[in-house]
Write a protein that binds this ligand. Structure first.
Ligand SMILES: [Zn+2]
Ligand SMILES: [Zn+2]
Length: 357
């Protein structure tokens, strides 16, 4: 029912591509990250909660939206969106034709996240899963424990009059950190310009976030000495960093589960706060779908496909998709890249076009 094409996943019976990376007549999109929402298609369909973000990402595009759980008939198939728990408005796409059901999950996580609806398992015959962190070493601590660690780190730096620079993804992670800090923060929080408009979109959607100000041109010297400063990884090593002299640098990403990665990248701290499912989350989710066939994409896809085939007896294969990883900087795996190659977080920021780092 759904096949790979040079433009992305194609459902001929419905006349739609799913998360295409080339312009197509009709794109159905799981969420607004740029490896899933590419510009240039004639029409887009997304989950209603994700529409404001998609509009900011694809200005001028023709976008229709559907509430979670509502079915629409496209050609010969029924299509519906179901929460993926990844970022605001992220969706799994369920496609049904004559009793055969596919679910394309996009990116997803099972951990609690105050910025988006919780993941809902959807029964299907064929499940398309991501594999960003599909290795047994990836197990996540509870988000509240990680937020406690971030607060402790920030408060210790603040006593030393040292900015706390937390690098994180501009869409999803930054807003999740602000939501988790809502009601718990007790000091100034500042945002890099690349995060500003997207964060406003979350506030406009009614999601409670800790108050934050935008880092401005005139903030130098000690201006941010007591602040928690959220910035994209692409700002690291650029003149922008002069605004946070002597800052303690931390990275919020599932990649920080591996201590060697943190050391190698010379972060003072790493917080393994991820918007993707961990190893156990991937396996339990796949089981809950009841799918007999699992197609795997993103990251460690070959490893997960092999594991599922060998231990669960499932029919599996890997799929090529555009892929950005959690920070655009994942450790290379055997199938990293997809047809476009792995994009960098810098490319993501360039697309946001808010402010050059
Ligand atoms: Zn994503
Ligand atoms: Zn992705």
């Amino acid at each position: 029912m759904i096949v790979e094409t040079p433009a992305g996943l194609w459902c001929e019976a419905g006349g739609v591509h799913i998360d295409p990376w080339l312009p197509v007549p009709r794109a159905v999109v799981t969420h607004a990250h740029s490896d899933h929402a590419s510009p240039g298609s004639a029409a887009y369909l997304c989950a209603a909660d994700g529409e404001p973000l998609l509009r900011r990402r694809l200005p001028g595009a023709r976008i229709e939206a559907l509430p979670y759980g509502t079915r629409v008939r496209l050609g010969e198939v029924d299509v519906s969106f179901h929460p993926a728990g990844h970022i605001l408005g992220s969706a799994q796409i369920r496609v049904e034709r004559g009793g055969e059901i596919w679910v394309v999950s996009g990116d997803y996580k099972r951990a609690a996240d105050p910025t988006c609806a919780a993941f809902e398992p959807v029964r299907c015959h064929t499940f398309v899963t991501e594999a960003t962190f599909a290795l047994p070493i990836y197990t996540w601590d509870s988000p509240s424990a990680l937020i406690d660690e971030i607060l402790d780190w920030w408060r210790a730096n603040r006593e030393d009059e040292r900015p706390s620079v937390l690098f994180c993804y501009v869409l999803g992670k930054a807003q999740r950190v602000l939501a988790e800090l809502h009601g718990r923060d007790d000091g100034p929080i500042h945002l890099h310009g690349a995060m500003w408009a997207l964060t406003e979109a979350y506030r406009e959607a009614g999601i409670a976030l800790a108050p934050a100000d935008r880092v401005t041109e005139d903030m130098r010297g000690r201006a941010l000495a007591r602040s928690l400063v959220l910035a994209p990884l692409s700002a690291r090593g650029t003149p922008w960093m002069r605004r946070v002299p002597n800052g303690s640098q931390a990275f919020a990403s599932g990649l920080m589960r591996v201590r060697g990665v943190r050391r190698q990248r010379a972060f003072d701290r790493g917080f393994a706060l991820s918007d993707h499912a961990d190893w156990a989350g991937l396996l339990s989710t796949i089981e809950e779908t009841g799918a007999s066939r699992v197609l795997v994409t993103h990251g460690w896809s070959a490893a997960l496909a092999r594991y599922l085939a060998e231990t669960r007896g499932l029919e599996t294969a890997t799929l090529n998709t555009a892929y950005e990883g959690e920070a655009g900087e994942l450790t290379p795996s055997e199938d990293r890249g997809g047809r476009l190659g792995a994009r960098t977080e810098g490319a993501q920021d360039a697309q946001d076009g808010e402010e050059s780092p």
